[in-house]
Design a protein around this ligand. Structure first.
Ligand code: HEC
Ligand code: HEC
Length: 390
């Protein structure tokens, strides 16, 4: 039974991929339509995010949120319903991407559900986002109302990504972070690694196959990934302050990262030269979780009293997972990054494999070659040019 439902969910996720590529086209077309109509296409200053209603056509409820947060909200919907984007969107959105703006009965129902959820949270949870789509739906289009005896007597499945894990007051964050720096190679060796470039492959829902990728990293906190997609390059950059995504796969030609997505880009850049990780947040809550059949330490950081980041350290001391949540109008939505295949580069252990899992897409970057301490053109860390319109 468990296997069956997992398979269904994976199948659903694959379709979500197609949906996202669809979203991309929609926005591209939208920008084109605006350009044709002689109107200014959304082109704010390089670090000003484009809002949902500027980018899309049929926005009535989720107004005034940046495009990256909007996609997280869509991902929450697909995840909560245990289905893909076409569960709510017109079937043609899987192929003809303009379909996303087409009004459907389930979109109307969803707007009502958002209103209901807001009333519940406002009236009974002091306006805190305690009840979300997932609270009721939990991966089902039809929330179950009657008790489940099979669940009651089954072995509980533990999710290492929970935010409300039990803290162990005997564990000291500083010790775990020091062990991490030592496991990576020690502060001295890390300090001598000032930059690196890498080559390998990228595979994501937006490519459905392996394509060439390059990464560029510069201490202390700049990181760029260039994916060579069939339709053109997709560039993801963090310049030490601002983060962007620009390519044929992005929902608008250039997405400016905001809130949790921006902080996640910052953390990814810090992981490349990890001496910055212990200082990434001032306070950590510490506990344990089982991951990859091992017991890991979990360090958690909060923002305004709300847990937003979990870091997972394996028994080896290395950082193997990072989960960063982004607040959206429909709840906190996670992005999970798994690091593996650690290899020695100039005495520093660097993860050659990075898997990013989001509620609306998943991607793998597998590097085969890393060159340490090479000069990198500063332009590679600057704001990328808008992505090719598809
Ligand atoms: C549970 C229903 C539901 C699911 C599942 C869903 N959406 Fe949506 N989507 C909506 C609703 C409702 C709106 C309109 C939001 C509003 O009125 O503010 C919308 C709007 C959109 C728009 C804007 C279209 C336009 O031009 O106005 C895009 C793009 C989009 N969704 C993409 C996606 C993607 C990609 C996925 C899958 C990851 C997805 N959606 C999954 C309900 C859903
Ligand atoms: C308090 C519980 C609760 C919350 C919160 C909730 N839902 Fe629902 N939802 C329901 C119930 C109950 C139904 C009716 C299911 C049925 O008829 O089988 C439903 C129905 C739906 C349907 C119609 C399904 C169909 O059969 O066509 C959609 C779409 C939907 N919900 C989306 C959402 C989304 C998206 C959110 C988050 C914004 C959400 N719901 C939040 C309880 C909830």
């Amino acid at each position: 039974m468990k296997l069956g439902s997992r398979r269904t969910f994976l199948g659903a996720t694959m379709v979500a991929v197609v949906c996202l590529v669809g979203a991309v086209r929609v926005a591209g077309l939208r920008a084109e339509a605006l350009a044709q109509a002689g109107q200014a296409a959304p082109a704010p200053a390089g670090d000003a995010p484009i809002m949902s209603e500027q980018a899309f056509q049929n926005i009535q409820t989720l107004k005034g949120i940046p495009v990256d947060t909007f996609l997280d909200a869509m991902g929450m919907f697909a995840n909560a319903m245990g289905n893909d984007c076409t569960y709510c969107h017109a079937p043609q959105s899987a192929l003809d991407r303009v379909g996303f703006a087409v009004q459907t009965a389930r979109m109307t129902r969803t707007r009502q559900m958002i209103a209901m959820m807001n009333v519940i949270n406002k009236n009974f949870f002091k306006g805190e986002p305690r009840v979300t789509c997932f609270t009721c739906h939990g991966g089902n289009q039809s929330p179950r109302s009657d008790p489940n005896l099979a669940l009651q007597y089954a072995t509980p499945v533990e999710d290492p990504n929970v935010r409300d894990f039990t803290a162990d007051p005997k564990l000291v964050a500083r010790d775990i972070l020091n062990k991490y720096i030592t496991a990576v190679g020690g502060a001295d060796r890390i300090a001598r690694l000032t930059s690196y470039t890498g080559k390998g492959t990228y595979e994501g829902f937006d490519t459905m196959k392996k394509v060439p990728v390059e990464i560029y990293a510069k201490a202390p906190n700049q990181y760029t990934t260039v994916v060579h997609m069939d339709e053109g390059n997709s560039v993801r950059t963090f310049d030490g302050r601002t983060g962007w995504m620009a390519g044929p796969d992005t929902p608008v030609p250039r997405v400016v990262l905001t809130s949790g997505n921006l902080d996640r880009a910052r953390l990814e850049a810090l992981v490349a030269f990890p001496t910055g990780i212990p200082q990434a947040y001032a306070e950590w809550r510490v506990g344990r979780a089982v991951l990859n059949d091992e017991e890991d330490f979990v360090l958690q950081a909060s923002e305004s009293g709300q847990p937003v980041l979990n870091l997972y350290f394996a028994p080896s001391g290395l950082l193997v997972r990072l989960v960063r949540w982004t607040p959206t109008p429909v709840g906190m939505v996670p992005t999970q990054i798994d690091y593996s295949d650690f290899r020695d580069v100039a005495g520093v252990k660097i993860p050659f494999h990075r898997r990013v899992s989001q509620t609306y897409m998943r991607m793998d970057v597998e590097l085969s070659d890393i060159q340490p301490n090479v000069a990198i053109n500063a332009a590679l860390f600057a704001m990328p040019a808008p992505g090719a319109k598809k």
